[in-house]
Design a protein. Structure first.
Length: 254
């Protein structure tokens, strides 16, 4: 049975987000005008749903849309969540400084995407932004009146998001162990290890089930050396359970 494509889950999340935004818009029309923040929350959900939609198209649309624009919309959505809570509590949002900060982050993300090509850098910047926005949001939610389940639920959700973002920051430079079935010419394993290092891993270790013993020239030209090897064998064609030939025979019994 095939697993559900993550893009499908993102699409469902987008539709549910837009439905929630519609509900908030209806509430904003029917609630008294002195209850602030509802329209901000509705726009926040719309922007974050659009951001998820762009991310789900990664690889099919340019990175300028799936990374830069998506993260920008996400940041503005988080900003509107915070400002909605601020209005609900009777405060006045300070737009200029907040917008300047988001524009600065988007410019930095653009450089990290097209300049240094640093996935780890983008992840670090966005995690810091999440911690900042949702920490303020949690504090504002806790200050909201009247006290009740809604206040506790919202502030608890924001605190959970802060903890997840902080955990991601703490594990950003963690080591990575890459596993493969057969080490032959080593080109695929070398590319995967290089990608992990570019993504910010402090240490990358590789483990293979079988390492083929090639001729001396090929062994010297192999671009990677496995850190852990279970079996070494002569340079012969191998097949079995979990291995395939041109996409066939992967499910053969051992």
């Amino acid at each position: 049975m095939e697993l559900i494509d993550p893009r499908t889950l993102l699409l469902v999340a987008n539709l549910l987000g837009l439905l929630c935004a519609l509900v908030l818009w209806v509430q904003a029309k029917s609630f008294p005008a002195d209850i602030g923040g509802l329209r901000d929350w509705a726009w926040a959900v719309v922007l974050m749903a659009c951001a998820c939609g762009l991310v789900s198209l990664r690889g099919r649309i340019p990175d300028a849309a799936s990374i830069i624009l998506a993260n920008g919309l996400l940041l503005f959505g988080e900003l509107l969540l915070v400002f909605g809570l601020l209005r609900f509590n009777g405060g006045t949002p300070q737009w200029r400084r907040a917008v300047d900060d988001i524009v600065g982050i988007v410019v930095l993300l653009t450089w990290l995407t097209y300049g240094s090509h640093s996935y780890a850098g983008r992840l670090f910047i966005m995690s810091i932004a999440h911690v900042a926005f949702f920490s303020v949001g949690a504090w504002l939610a806790w200050q909201a009146k009247p006290a009740g389940f809604g206040r506790h639920f919202l502030s608890g959700t924001f605190v959970l998001i802060v903890l997840v973002a902080a955990w991601r920051l703490a594990t950003l430079s963690a080591g990575v162990e890459d596993t493969d079935d057969i080490l032959d010419r080593g080109e695929t394993l070398a590319a995967v290890c290089a990608w992990c290092r570019e993504a910010g891993a402090a240490e990358v270790l590789s483990a293979v089930l079988v390492e083929k013993q090639l001729d001396a020239a090929s062994m010297a030209a192999r671009p990677v050396v496995a850190d852990f090897v279970a079996i070494r064998c002569p340079d012969r064609y191998l097949y079995g359970c979990g291995l395939d030939y041109r996409g066939y025979w992967r499910n053969l019994p051992a």
